[in-house]
Design a binder for this molecule. Structure first.
Ligand code: COA
Length: 249
């Protein structure tokens, strides 16, 4: 299956780019594993002070590949990559930054709640169609989204499935700054480099203080994953996946 994670480490920043533009960077199991491996390598590399996630071709990511979801719904084993990627986010100690252009759907949206800084282009559209797909929130989002933007807006995104554009996301507090698309990467990279150049111990201690209950986030994320896996096997979810894949046929 197509799709890569392009990884470049430079100036103290590990840049991980989701690259499957023909599918709007929908994530396969192999891509999740590559993201998890890239984040683990960044954690272990003393030269790296920050991790930056981005997408190729004008979109962040449209989330989990629906073909893989359908295979899991039909009783397939399902890959372990997504779980590794989610745990890398929960357990990572280094600042995590996102540069978001275009679509950030599903795990592409919930990953933003795990980030320390999020920069967005005007084109950004952040959405979680979990309920429409017969699914439930994941990646700690049922805890993190209301914490970041309050119950009303979190419910609007996670349950109603309302897309948040860049300005709305900025106003809601889940995006730091909206910049023109042509300045997105330089803005995000500049912030990542500034963080990486700071005294490392003080930076990591400060980050840990600002994320006070990682064990609670991890527990919620794991509980959500169990509920999500159950929902994947539901008739509601299967019908939604088949509907998506049939819509262009
Ligand atoms: N899984 C599998 N394929 C996906 C995908 C996904 N998550 N997201 C996009 N694609 C594919 C489309 O099927 C299409 O493939 P094709 O050209 O072979 O037909 C291609 O990527 C381009 O996407 P398209 O649907 O034509 O773009 P759009 O701008 O009309 O719609 C979305 C964008 C995001 C609204 C739509 O692609 C979508 O709903 N994707 C599913 C998102 C999703 O539910 N993710 C899981 C969340 S838990």
């Amino acid at each position: 299956m197509s799709g890569t994670i392009d990884i470049e480490t430079k100036d103290g920043v590990a840049l991980l780019v989701m690259n499957r533009p023909e599918k709007k960077n929908a994530l396969t199991d192999a891509m999740y594993h590559a993201l998890a491996d890239g984040m683990a390598a960044a954690e272990a590399d003393g030269a790296v002070g920050a991790v930056l996630l981005a997408g190729a071709g004008g979109n962040f990511t449209t989330g989990n590949d629906i073909v893989d979801f359908l295979a899991a719904a039909k009783g397939g084993a399902g890959g372990r990559g997504v779980g590794r990627f989610l745990m890398a986010q929960v357990e990572g100690k280094k600042p995590l930054i996102a540069a978001v252009e275009g679509l950030a759907v599903g795990v592409g949206a919930t990953t933003l709640f795990q980030c320390d800084l999020v920069y967005a282009a005007e084109s950004a559209s952040i959405r979680t169609p979990f309920v429409d797909l017969g699914l439930v929130p994941e990646n700690g989002s049922s805890l993190l989204a209301p914490r970041l933007m309050g119950h009303a807006r979190a419910f609007e995104m996670l349950a109603l499935g309302e897309p948040f554009d860049a300005r709305r996301a900025e106003a809601a507090g889940i995006v730091n700054r909206v910049v023109p698309a042509e300045r997105l990467m330089e803005t995000a990279l500049a912030a990542a480099r500034r963080l990486a150049a700071k005294p490392r111990e003080a930076l990591l201690a400060t980050r840990a203080m600002l994320r006070p209950d990682p064990e609670a986030v991890k527990a919620v994320s794991l509980a959500e994953s169990r509920a999500f896996a159950e929902r994947l096997g539901s008739a509601e979810a299967r019908a939604a996946f088949e509907g998506f894949l049939a819509r262009k046929a």
